[in-house]
Design a protein around this ligand. Structure first.
Ligand code: HEC
Length: 261
């Protein structure tokens, strides 16, 4: 009697698991990223809703939210998909490819609620259970030198939660990131001063403290200054290009071009 009960239980749970895995809400499978060669995007099935959805997608420094515009070959970054909108049930797929549509970079283990898998020449990263925050990150290491421009494509939905493909909003986006060439990824010597994260926002940070930092606009006016610090506050500066003049501890000057976002 016990035996029969047990096997019935096992069959019942396998059946439930099978249903869960094949549900579209837990990721449609295939390639629906909207990238070249994909089988369309989420909008091939979903439509009809409006949740003021906006999508941002691309590559960021680890833990950061600012999308980079050029990558250093072989460096570890994160792929970051972010939906803004009023839905509390969101899903996505994303992929990083080169101009001919082949996968670029390597993905870290997918965080909970997402997975990665191969689809043709691409690696697809997508949700396995819908998210209420609409923000997903995964470790992504840039390809070796010579791979060229990477484009990240993503297709997402902001669902109404009716467990159907109607009444949902589809948002798609992409971002191209160029390969940094050796001329702009120069080696840093021990005493050299570098600006961390140029183009920069709110605060200019150096890798070391200096006698003074002064920032000049294009018309030659000094617009910000700090003394004996490795930082200078530039929160008040409008977007644009500036010069950062550094008075080093050895009383020598250095001039660096600065772009403020
Ligand atoms: C081939 C058709 C098809 C495609 C393409 C598709 N879906 Fe779906 N999706 C469905 C169907 C059908 C349902 C409802 C039934 C279910 O949940 O299995 C659904 C349900 C969902 C739900 C739950 C919706 C709700 O209102 O409760 C989410 C979230 C979802 N899909 C995300 C996505 C995302 C993200 C994509 C694109 C990357 C996508 N789907 C592409 C067919 C599709």
């Amino acid at each position: 009697m016990k035996k029969i009960l047990l096997s019935t239980l096992v069959i019942a749970s396998v059946f439930t698991l099978g249903l869960t895995l094949s549900s579209n809400a837990n990721g449609p499978g295939g390639n629906r990223t909207g990238s070249p060669g994909s089988s369309g995007n989420c909008g091939s099935c979903h439509s009809g809703g409006n949740f003021s959805g906006q999508l941002k997608v691309g590559i960021v420094e680890i833990g950061d939210t600012i999308y980079i515009t050029s990558y250093t070959p072989g460096k570890a970054y994160e792929m970051f998909v972010k939906i803004n909108g009023t839905s509390s049930k969101m899903g996505f797929q994303a992929t990083a490819v080169n101009a001919s549509g082949s996968a670029l970079g390597t993905y870290a283990t997918a965080p909970t609620g997402t997975n990665t898998y191969n689809s043709g020449t691409k690696v697809i990263w997508g949700h396995t259970s819908p998210s209420s925050t609409g923000a997903w990150r995964i470790g992504w290491t840039a390809p070796a030198a010579g791979a060229g421009t990477v484009t990240v494509y993503s297709s997402c939905i902001l669902a109404n939660g009716n467990n159907g493909d109607n009444g949902d909003q589809v948002v798609v986006g992409s971002k191209s990131i160029s390969e940094a060439t050796s001329s702009n990824t120069k080696e840093i010597s021990k005493n050299e001063i570098i600006v961390l994260g140029n183009p920069t926002k709110d605060i200019v940070r150096l890798n070391q403290s200096v006698l003074s930092m002064s920032i000049w606009n294009q018309s030659g006016q000094m617009v910000a200054k700090s003394n004996n610090s490795s930082e200078c506050n530039i929160q008040h500066l409008p977007t644009g290009n500036y010069y950062l003049q550094i008075l080093k501890n050895n009383h020598k000057h250095e001039l660096i071009q600065l772009s403020v976002k």
